[in-house]
Design a protein around this ligand. Sequence first.
Ligand code: HEC
Ligand code: HEC
Ligand code: HEC
Ligand code: HEC
Ligand code: HEC
Ligand code: HEC
Ligand code: HEC
Ligand code: HEC
Length: 416
Amino acid sequence: MKILYILLAFAILLSVQQVSAKDYVIGEHKVPVTKPDPASTYAGSEKCKTCHMEKYNDWKTSGHPYKLNTPAEIQVFNSPPIPAPEGYTYNDIYLVIGGWGWKSRYIDNNGYIITKTGADRSVNGSNQYNIATKQWVDYHPGEKLQFNCGNCHTTGYSLAGNQANKPGIVGTWEEKSIGCEACHGPGSVHIAKGGGKGVAIIKNDSAAVCGACHTRGADDTKIIAKDGKFIDHHEQYPEILNGPHKGLNCVQCHEPHKGSHVGQTNPTEGANIEAQCSSCHAKQNTDFTGSTMQKAGVKCINCHMPAIGESATGDAARFKADVKTHLFKINTDANAKMFTDDGKFANGYLTLEWTCLNCHNTKDKAWAGQYAKGIHKYVKAEATATATPVTTPKTPAFEALIAISALLVAGLLRRR
Ligand code: HEC
Ligand code: HEC
Ligand code: HEC
Ligand code: HEC
Ligand code: HEC
Ligand code: HEC
Ligand code: HEC
Ligand code: HEC
């Protein structure tokens, strides 16, 4: 009799497993997830921690684990505290989207993205909180908006059903945010076999792994512009594919488990950069060393990776937004255009207003064009400087001060 029960239970278990077998997809193009073993299922990042403590601890400092946060989890972030929208308390919120590095949006208890706020929730907008400015701005104000972002914001995503049966959520996931298995594939068989190199786990260095989510639109080679003013955010992959580094993988520069952007759990800008520019471009590094701008604290990335992509904040008049570009190549022609005439796409190189005028904000493109070629070696002639006194541009000096103090802070933090 007992045996029968056990067999019955076993049969039910098997059938349940069959019913819940899901078609997992990932990224912008919702491509099917590759399983390292046909029997692999999702185990969750906490299970990997047991044997890979160091990787786990690194990953915890990056933005990836914090893409979706419960009200309790978001309270742990306190620099600055992420408020709930006006008219809501955290009891009315199912999950906070982001809030780690740039901005936060909010999912209500029915799974919809909150788009109406204010004391009686009748005001359209003021529903996105920007961390840098501590301001509320509009995101699809007033619309009835489902959360259909799970393909890039979760691990083990399936288009079928609704997470926690919430009608506003499109699809389901096995783990919220970007867990270990988003990049390594479902790991249950790897764990069951006790782990090991090449044992039922994916280890893939390709830029396409990251590019699944760090892209936008149907075509990975097109860089979509935002309002014709900035590059839209999460487009690092198309930028790479359009730039001189198209032969490189993301992980040749980035340690994939650590953070790069300054965020709630990562105080150090560029903390995951393993290969500095100088390690591959020794000549340019030598040329630049001793130049006027190098001495003033300007760094390679200030010109080659300006924040030209917009996630939360941007000031087009000052040529500044909040996501650093991966285009790298600078077009020194003062007449070159950053965006196509219809304002829909970026042309695939950096133009001088974005590389120079964000600091030299009292100058124009024609001025920058005179100096751009050979700029690495540029040393301001002392004689000229004394003959016609040059008033030090206010912003560059200020920028340099920031750059230098950032370096000092970074140094201090690294030492700990
Ligand atoms: C954003 C993608 C991504 C996430 C998330 C991620 N990894 Fe990785 N991991 C990689 C890539 C890519 C490599 C191989 C590149 C390299 O060697 O630096 C790698 C390598 C590894 C390695 C092999 C290291 C070695 O020296 O051979 C281990 C172990 C590992 N990851 C464990 C984890 C664990 C555990 C987690 C979660 C706590 C995790 N990873 C999360 C992308 C990721
Ligand atoms: C029971 C211990 C154990 C658990 C749990 C475990 N691993 Fe491993 N894993 C290992 C061992 C041992 C190795 C081989 C040594 C190494 O590379 O660290 C390994 C290697 C790896 C590698 C490198 C594979 C290669 O071919 O080089 C990756 C990636 C990895 N694990 C990811 C994960 C992920 C993701 C999880 C959670 C789903 C996980 N591991 C859970 C023990 C474990
Ligand atoms: C193609 C993948 C993809 C899709 C689809 C996507 N995102 Fe993102 N999102 C990203 C990536 C990658 C980042 C971080 C990198 C960047 O912004 O350049 C990000 C960043 C964010 C942030 C800022 C996070 C923070 O900590 O500051 C928010 C908020 C956000 N996304 C909301 C959404 C919402 C809401 C949707 C659905 C309507 C959505 N995203 C759809 C990939 C995606
Ligand atoms: C499943 C989708 C997905 C994949 C795959 C993915 N990312 Fe991300 N990535 C995101 C999202 C979403 C964010 C925003 C996280 C946040 O702000 O909370 C992000 C943020 C980042 C950031 C900025 C936050 C930080 O920690 O500095 C970096 C850098 C980054 N990803 C690098 C990579 C690299 C390198 C790879 C490949 C090894 C990769 N990502 C693979 C979705 C993904
Ligand atoms: C892992 C090696 C590597 C690293 C690190 C690296 N690069 Fe490159 N870079 C290359 C390669 C390879 C090319 C393409 C071949 C060439 O033109 O030299 C290239 C090309 C370029 C070009 C275009 C060259 C041209 O002739 O038009 C620029 C600009 C550039 N890199 C800037 C940078 C900056 C700035 C950094 C640091 C943020 C950096 N690179 C980091 C390897 C690297
Ligand atoms: C003040 C802005 C600025 C800084 C800082 C800067 N660059 Fe450049 N870089 C340029 C411009 C402008 C060009 C285009 C020059 C040309 O086409 O003649 C360029 C060109 C390059 C190229 C293409 C090949 C070449 O030599 O023309 C590489 C590679 C490069 N820079 C790497 C670096 C590295 C590495 C650093 C830091 C050590 C750095 N740059 C710092 C502005 C800058
Ligand atoms: C040539 C080296 C290089 C390559 C290749 C590269 N990155 Fe980066 N990435 C950087 C550097 C340098 C930074 C800025 C670090 C800092 O803020 O000091 C950065 C920053 C970022 C950021 C944060 C942006 C911000 O504004 O803080 C994201 C996200 C990112 N990279 C994703 C990727 C992805 C995804 C790929 C591959 C498609 C990739 N990177 C390839 C060097 C590289
Ligand atoms: C991160 C900010 C920053 C960026 C980006 C930047 N500069 Fe500078 N620049 C400075 C600072 C700081 C000085 C030093 C001010 C001084 O001592 O006169 C300076 C000095 C100069 C000078 C000499 C002073 C003068 O006014 O004659 C020239 C020329 C110059 N930059 C050209 C450029 C060009 C061209 C670009 C773009 C390719 C550029 N800079 C990008 C900050 C920047």
